[in-house]
Each structure stands twice: as C-alpha cells, then as structure tokens.
Write a protein that binds this ligand. Structure first.
Ligand SMILES: C[S@@+](CC[C@H](N)C(=O)[O-])C[C@H]1O[C@@H](n2cnc3c(N)ncnc32)[C@H](O)[C@@H]1O
Length: 244
C-alpha cells in the first residue's frame, strides 16, 4: 500500500517532510507537546461535547513516529485503531511502539479504506504537507461515517512562513494552505466545525469537526449522538437514577 504523496519538500519531489522537521517531529519535545497541549485540547473539546471513542473505529492519518497513535490508545481505548503515514520509516517507528493498532504505509490523499469506515479521525499537522491537501481532506470526509468526528490541527500562514525561513522547507507554500482556506474546504466537503481553538499561541488551529448529514447544524449532530447513547432501557434507568 506504499504510495507517493507527490507532496514535494526541500526540492525533492515525493518527499513529504524535510529532515529538519522530521527530527523535530520525532523528538521527545514534540511528544511532550502532543501529550500536554495538543491532546489536552482535543480531550477537553470531546468531553464538552460528550464524545466517547471507546466503541469507535479511529484513524490516525499521518501518524508520524506513532506517538499520537499511542496517546489515542492510552486516552480513548478505541475498539479498532488504524494509523498510516506516507513515509515507510515513520511507519516502522510507529509499529515499533507496539500499540494494538493496524499501522500501514498510506497516503492521506488516496486512502485505501472503505467509505464511512471510521467513526473518528485524527489529522495532526499533515494536510499542510500535501500539495493536494484538499483531496486529503476529501478522503477523510469520505472514510468518516455520517456524524463521525475529525480531530484536526494545522498551522496558519505565519507558522508556515517561519517553518520555511528556519527549515528551508517549501512545499506547503505553493499549495495555498492556510487556516482560512482550510475552514472553507471543511465546509465544502461537509465537515462542520463544532469547536475551534488556538494552539501554540495561535500559530496553529485545533479543530473538532463532525461529518454533516444534509443541512443539520454540527451541534445538532452531536446532540443526536448524545441522545442515541440513552437509547437502551438500562441507560435510561441509570440516567434517571443520576437525576433523582
Ligand atoms: C508534522 S508530522 C506530524 C506527525 C504526527 N501526526 C504528529 O503530530 O506528531 C507530519 C507527518 O505527516 C506525514 N505525511 C506527509 N504527507 C503525507 C501524506 N500525503 N499522507 C500521509 N502522511 C503524510 C509525514 O510523513 C509526517 O510523518
């Protein structure tokens, strides 16, 4: 399933991430940020909206060294966990963590997963690496079921410019990627933003989105999911006990 993203980077077509950024991404510092900043935001957003991933099929798209995959497992214990990255060496690192996940080489812009297969997807700092990031987002929308959730974080143009200056990395700059373009694309592919928060002092945006069904507003989709969780008689009784 190895695929070339065609994303380009550091002047080498097909290299989606430069060596400088790869070192930073695979560092302990990045792991600590993921655990204590990025995932705290996601966890808070999901709690506020009553989203529980314990019975979910979850995809970590662009999993890098697999630390995000291990956090998803530790924090949410999904029923099934899938993780992919377009760089085979990253996939090897992710597999070496021994997380109970299916980890495969895969390109977010051409995912080999059935339509509606996933209940949730995490996409952390991946789209801005893809020259065809709109297709990456469309693929995520395709593999999510209706009402499924997307946990997404990406940098805005200031960070991309900084990245270019410090790391000499160029591919993002040609793709028209920025957070405003991302918001428009989310709406176009039917992913409604439930919550958006600034991350890393506003250099990044952190998003909780849901796959829309028709014209239903995103908050109503989440409300419906909550109602579904009270669908069995025992749930109703338990909920009644809590209230009385
Ligand atoms: C900035 S790193 C983030 C890694 C991880 N998600 C994290 O937050 O630590 C971006 C990752 O996306 C991967 N990537 C870039 N383009 C991709 C594509 N088209 N499909 C899948 N993964 C891709 C890179 O190989 C890299 O591991």
């Amino acid at each position: 399933m190895s695929q070339d993203s065609g994303s380009g980077g550091e002047g080498q077509p097909g290299t989606p991430i430069g060596p400088g950024e790869l070192r930073i991404m695979n560092s302990r510092a990045r792991e600590l940020l993921l655990k204590y900043w990025d995932f705290r935001l996601f966890d808070g957003a999901m709690r506020r909206h009553g989203i529980d991933l314990s019975d979910a099929v979850v995809l970590d798209a662009g999993c890098g060294s697999g630390y995000s995959t291990s956090l998803i497992w530790e924090m949410f214990r999904p029923r099934e966990l899938l993780a992919c990255d377009v760089v085979p060496e990253q996939v090897e690192r992710a597999r070496a963590r021994g997380v109970p996940a299916t980890v495969f080489v895969g390109d977010i812009t051409s995912l080999h997963l059935a339509d509606h297969y996933c209940d949730a997807a995490f996409v952390l700092g991946v789209l801005h690496h893809c020259s065809n990031w709109r297709e990456g987002l469309a693929q995520i929308a395709r593999v999510l079921r209706d009402g499924g959730v997307l946990l997404l974080e990406e940098p805005d143009k200031q960070h991309i410019a900084l990245e270019r200056a410090l790391l000499g990395w160029t591919s993002t700059c040609d793709s028209g990627f920025n957070l405003e373009a991302l918001r428009q694309e989310l709406a176009r592919v039917g992913l409604g933003i439930i919550e958006e928060r600034p991350l890393y002092f506003g250099l990044f945006g952190s998003f909780l989105c849901t796959k829309m069904t028709g014209h239903t507003p995103p908050e109503h989709i989440v409300a419906r999911r909550l109602l579904r969780t009270f669908s069995t008689a025992s749930d109703m009784a338990a909920s009644h006990e809590v209230r009385t």
